[in-house]
Design a protein around this ligand. Structure first.
Ligand SMILES: Cc1cc2nc3c(=O)[nH]c(=O)nc-3n(C[C@H](O)[C@H](O)[C@H](O)COP(=O)(O)OP(=O)(O)OC[C@H]3O[C@@H](n4cnc5c(N)ncnc54)[C@H](O)[C@@H]3O)c2cc1C
Ligand SMILES: *[C@@H]1O[C@H](CO)[C@@H](O)[C@H](O)[C@H]1NC(C)=O
Ligand SMILES: *[C@@H]1O[C@H](CO)[C@@H](O)[C@H](O)[C@H]1NC(C)=O
Ligand SMILES: *[C@@H]1O[C@H](CO)[C@@H](O)[C@H](O)[C@H]1NC(C)=O
Length: 656
């Protein structure tokens, strides 16, 4: 008889041994030695549940015997058959193809759904077989292991537990995060897993209180980890690295807390109470601000701040989720200066989000705080005149380490907001050459104070001839031997794209939210004019073509509003990675629909529509520029097609 310790690397629970006798292979599990918590390590329960499940064909190792007599090997134990298979500890499942990785994930969720579909009362009964077709899967789950923590609980708690890695805190090493979050390596999104699960169980994919269960999973995990550490303190640890668990409790608990604070899953979006306040604020102050722009803007900012209508875009500060904010942003979109009044203007919002997510304490203190206060402004420098910047891997501006500094050299343009006198800081994306890293790990982001020697704000760029096109204009900026402390680097060398993805998360649809409001305003102008003006003996709206423009515009606005809210809801429930397709779709749909509506409004207004007497020309310039500013439509369309093909391929596979 050969005995060897199994799962010794990460087994923090019941010690598990591999036994071999001739050709027979077994696995033995026992209680850990020493004093234990009264309800923990109940291996008799593990044995019992596996036996019941095994009896109905659920994939668990065949349980063979249970021995309660502690004097045989020192503690109770049980023995089961050994199952030959693979165990994946790294969620990224290295070393398999994307197709197989997808299949493995689907198989995992299907197994979970199968388990939850069993009837507890009839588990003792004979005659339960595996559902037809189930075994034909190439990535079949052959045995579900480790029933130590099992109980008759809540199914969503299990599902949430499986989904924890989508929110796994950076500070807790477990999975090779870089590749998981950046590249498409075949791991389905959380939404996809939820939909497979719900399909298998025949339930609707709207999970009530989903965030509660995610938070609960993190709190439970924090408690378990604390327990492992406390066993180590008592000298009762089962592995050598148990002491490291001390550092893991807090990040897990904090993730749980964050998840618990998000208010998700509204059944029907309605104008939240919070949303009505900024709306009435805008309406109250609009005329005053128009009459005396600059001075009034500042006064309004102070008033908005005093009323707590400030930084509404940032969930961690405002407590609003994306759906709530979408409804507010729609209102601010009706009025050119409104985002400014509430400190919700691009590009500061994206930069604040970026610093909030990825900045270190010092960077937050130095730059995020004053941005949140509205006492400074910022710009974002990615696009370059010399390369096609819609493919960001082309970016050439160099960021090179030199002693305790980085030296930046390159040309940028379209840096929005750089002309604002309050603009003090630029977030610059550039290349930190590293020949051994992949194409997506060659770029970094760094903070460059505008006042640094070598930063040259060269010229403003006009948009359809408008010079001061929002927040102080868009500028060409050159960086000549610009030297900043090495501590200005955000997150780390080669992590620029990782940050860019985060920056382009929720912030990416703020423009779309506002465009809905802008389109509403254009339609309002169109209707007013159509009801006043008479041509060829009848009101303009009585000409059928104009009536149809009005109707088509109303339809289009409802469409883009719903798609915006859907994208916002997906971000709220699944995070921006899970909402990729919806984000890309609305970024194409919203400016496109709004451009058409504004164009028709201009037509209905006649010559006046193009003039300074109406805001339509400026609205058109603003909206048309969005078809480039957040990445060209074509790039979004290609991304949507790719995601759609993947989804279709996956649903075909699931039916096989
Ligand atoms: C108003 C405004 C504000 C902006 N603000 C900022 C800012 O603050 N910071 C910043 O860094 N940048 C900003 N930009 C720049 C903007 O992000 C870029 O213009 C955009 O990413 C496109 O890059 P490019 O201009 O280099 O076009 P290119 O990359 O040269 O692309 C040109 C065209 O090529 C076509 N094309 C590209 N890729 C594909 C594809 N995969 N399939 C089919 N066709 C394709 C598209 O038609 C595209 O429009 C702003 C732009 C505008 C207009
Ligand atoms: C327990 O096992 C020991 C040693 O194998 C044996 O002497 C004893 O009789 C057993 N006790 C019971 C209750 O079976
Ligand atoms: C418990 O932890 C200590 C300190 O890390 C280590 O030396 C010891 O080997 C561990 N015990 C076991 C059983 O792994
Ligand atoms: C270069 O890239 C490799 C592979 O990603 C990485 O291990 C290494 O640390 C990088 N070098 C620097 C200086 O960042």
């Amino acid at each position: 008889l050969t005995i060897s310790l199994l799962l010794s690397r990460s087994g923090q629970s019941n010690p598990t041994f591999y036994l071999q006798k001739g050709f027979q292979q077994y696995v033995l599990r026992k209680k850990p030695p020493g004093p234990l918590l009264p309800k923990a390590h109940k291996i008799d329960r593990e044995f019992k549940v596996q036996k019941a499940l095994f009896s109905i064909g659920f994939p668990v190792p065949k349980p063979l015997l249970y021995c309660s007599n502690a004097s045989v090997i020192g503690t109770e134990f049980y023995v089961m058959e050994h199952v030959q298979g693979r165990i994946f500890r790294d969620f990224t499942i290295p070393g398999v193809s994307p197709a197989e990785r997808s299949a493995i994930y689907v198989a995992m969720i299907e197994t979970l759904a199968q388990l939850h579909s069993l009837n507890i009362h009839s588990l003792q009964l004979e005659g339960y077989g595996i559902g037809s077709g189930y075994c034909k899967r190439q990535s079949r789950v052959i045995a579900v292991l480790d029933w130590e923590l099992s109980t008759i609980g809540h199914p969503l708690s299990d599902l949430a537990h499986l989904c924890m890695f989508y929110f796994w805190p950076r500070a807790v090493p477990l999975i090779s995060q870089g590749s998981f979050f950046q590249e498409d390596i075949g791991i389905p999104s959380m939404e996809e897993l939820i939909s497979v699960y719900c399909r298998c169980r025949g339930i609707t994919p709207i999970l009530p209180n989903w965030n509660f269960f995610l938070a609960l999973s993190f709190f439970k995990m924090a408690a378990i980890v604390q327990g492992v550490y406390s066993r180590y303190l008592l000298g009762n640890n089962v592995s050598e690295n148990s002491f490291q668990f001390a550092n893991v409790v807090q990040p897990l608990a904090e993730t749980g807390l964050q998840l618990s604070k998000s208010r998700y899953s509204k059944e029907r979006p309605e104008l939240a109470e919070e949303a009505t306040q900024p709306c009435s604020f805008i309406h109250k102050h609009e005329r005053a601000v128009k009459e005396n722009m600059q001075h009034r803007r500042e006064v309004s900012q102070e008033m908005a701040k005093a009323e707590g209508l400030w930084n509404l875009f940032l969930p961690a500060v405002s407590g609003l989720n994306q759906v709530d904010y979408a409804l507010i942003a729609e209102e601010t979109g009706k009025c050119f200066f409104a985002p400014d009044v509430f400190n919700c203007q691009a590009p500061d919002t994206g930069n604040m989000e970026l610093l909030h997510l990825y900045g270190n304490e010092k960077q937050k203190q130095q730059w995020l705080e004053p941005l949140l206060q509205g006492s400074i402004a910022s710009c974002f420098c990615m696009t370059e005149p010399d390369v096609a910047s819609s493919d960001a891997t082309n970016i050439e501006c160099s960021i090179q380490r030199d002693g305790d500094s980085y030296v930046i050299n390159g040309k940028k343009w379209w840096s929005s907001g750089a002309g604002n006198p309050k603009c003090k800081i630029a977030v610059v994306l550039g290349r930190t050459r590293n020949t051994s890293a992949s194409r997506h790990k060659q770029h970094s982001m760094i903070l460059v104070p505008i006042s640094t020697p070598g930063v040259e704000v060269v010229r403003p760029l006009s948009v359809f001839g408008y010079m001061d096109h929002l927040h102080g204009g868009h500028f060409e900026i050159h960086f000549n031997q610009v030297r900043v402390p090495a501590t200005n680097l955000i997150l780390g060398e080669g992590r620029g794209f990782e940050i860019a993805q985060g920056r382009l998360g929720p912030g990416r649809i703020h423009h779309c939210m506002r465009v809905v409001g802008l389109a509403e305003r254009a339609l309002q102008i169109m209707c007013k004019r159509a009801a006043q003006r008479v041509a060829f003996k009848k009101k303009l709206y009585s000409h059928e073509v104009v009536a149809h423009w009005i109707a088509e515009s109303r339809i289009a606005i409802e469409e883009i509003r719903l798609l915006t809210l859907r994208a916002a809801h997906k971000i709220d429930t699944l995070g921006s990675a899970g909402a990729k397709k919806e984000i890309a779709m609305i970024k194409v749909a919203a400016p496109r629909a709004a451009c058409k509506i504004i164009d028709q409004a201009i037509q209905v207004c006649g010559g006046a529509g193009l003039s300074q007497d109406y805001p339509l020309a400026y609205m058109y310039a603003l909206t048309r520029s969005l078809r480039l500013a957040d990445g060209p439509d074509e790039v979004h369309l290609s991304a949507i097609a790719k995601l759609e093909l993947k989804d279709q391929a996956r649903s075909l596979m699931a039916k096989m």
